[in-house]
Design a protein around this ligand. Sequence first.
Ligand SMILES: Nc1ncnc2c1ncn2[C@@H]1O[C@H](COP(=O)(O)OP(=O)(O)OP(=O)(O)O)[C@@H](O)[C@H]1O
Length: 568
Amino acid sequence: MSGVDKKLVRAWVRQQSGPARRAALPVVAVGCLNTLIGIGQAWCMASVIGSLLQTRGAQVLGLIASFAVLSACRALCLYFQENLAARAGIAARERLRRSVLDSVIGIGPALLRRQHSAEIAALLVDRIEVLDGYFARWLPASMTWMVFPAFVLVAVFVVDPRAALILAVCGALVPVSQAVFGIGAALASRNQFLAMVRLQARFLDRIRGIATIVLSNATDREAKALSGAADDLRKRTMKILRIAFLSSAAIDIAMVIAIIMIVLTQGHFIHIDAFAAPSIYPAPHFTETLFALFLVPEFFAPFRGLALAYQDRAHAAGAAEAMEAIENGESLPGTDDLSALAPPVLVVTVEAKALSYRWNEAAPYVFKDLDFSVSPDEILVLDGPSGAGKSTLIELLLGFIKPSAGTIQFNYRDIATLRGRDIARHLAWIGQKPVLFAGTLRENLLFARPDADEMRLQRAIEAAAIDHFLKDLPQGLDTVIGEGGFGLSGGQAQRVAIGRAYLKDAPLLLLDEPTAHLDPETEAGIIEALRRLSEGRTVILSAHSQAMKALGTKSLKLGLSASVEPCA
Ligand SMILES: Nc1ncnc2c1ncn2[C@@H]1O[C@H](COP(=O)(O)OP(=O)(O)OP(=O)(O)O)[C@@H](O)[C@H]1O
């Protein structure tokens, strides 16, 4: 693990340590009880065997009964330990998912410019899922790997100090070997995760671009590249398994050495008397030695648990790194110290004052010192050639990016002082390609306002002219559309977006070339629906087509010397 990783994990662990360690405490407490019961079991078992061998007909029923009771208690402890660990894992993953999702939503679409969507999905689903091991196994194991062996060592020391010394020496060898394997395991695990994310991103890209691949006759090439990436993942996974096997083998070797040494150093552990009637009988310290031998696996179990959980720590490092990459991003105005646009307003006047924007310090300004205002019932058309900055200005109005200089005001209030959710509450946005989620048409429409009643829904359907194609859908409003569902044409999908905007009923409407991919006839129908939607609202629209531009009441010519003109 690199220095940066270590620092990241430490910072992340510190941040998580409060609730996560608190959640791990019951697991640790039950684990302590479990170890003590294990010691008791070992004593009962050793005593039963010792007594039977030393004294014929010895009374061992009490010891056997104690062993049975302890075994039942141990089973209960194991059950509770697993249960508590699983709960701690679930709670921690829930907490993390919420916090990462908040960050993702807080940054908004700007995040997709610097991170592949597959990476974000992998973090939210896979990386956080594997953190289960970190919370359920690594945290308790790292809190107890010295404590449990110490319990065992004290118990063995009391009955057989020589065996305790052997255990201590062999036990001390384990952390050395684990440190060697651990470094390799962390690195291998990190590389494996990167290979997996790369493969996921590649798959997602290729599935999205399946038509281009087929039409470019590139299927063989792509299949080869995908199989190469899958093979890379396989090799990295095998490397992890090899390291895990070696690390476990190192503990087994230390355990076997401890057993052999205890037996060898005990001298006459069992006497074979071949002179009198040939018989085998135990040495006087037989029970104590047997007790120490039974406790050897118990002594090494926490080391094994820690070694197994080391990979979970490596996963946490990867997740911490990915979360850092997301959380370091510039957030939308969404923090609670910003004031809300309360109460909800019915009309919005938009004003830009000396507004300038450039994508970064090295890039030229997209526009500079822009001044304009749009009142309710006005439609401002953003005009200009491709690359003039129409979409950039709409992103600024949406609050997805922040001005390099100047301000945007809604009702004379700088939107930099508004919370992201308050900006969103007061506007509806329709882009070039509406997103249809996998679900029914009804769910897709109600996405904008889940609590809308049937009458409101019907009004939106009529106003957006969705009823024109509704009768052609197999199950009407309950037809499943979106990914894997019934396909809608570009114009029909755009009508769904207009229907959503009707339902949202926001005072400000932002339209970013909503008819960009439509034929003139379909465009005319959409424009009609948009004209109805625009009534009484403040509208800003970006368009290339003359028919769309004709909707405007004034136009803003974008370019470095921008100017506002009334529409003819
Ligand atoms: N994420 C980005 N990073 C850096 N530059 C960008 C980014 N997005 C857009 N640009 C640049 O900003 C400028 C304005 O782009 P924008 O998409 O706003 O233009 P547009 O007028 O909407 O174009 P079109 O009409 O083709 O959609 C362009 O020079 C573009 O290359």
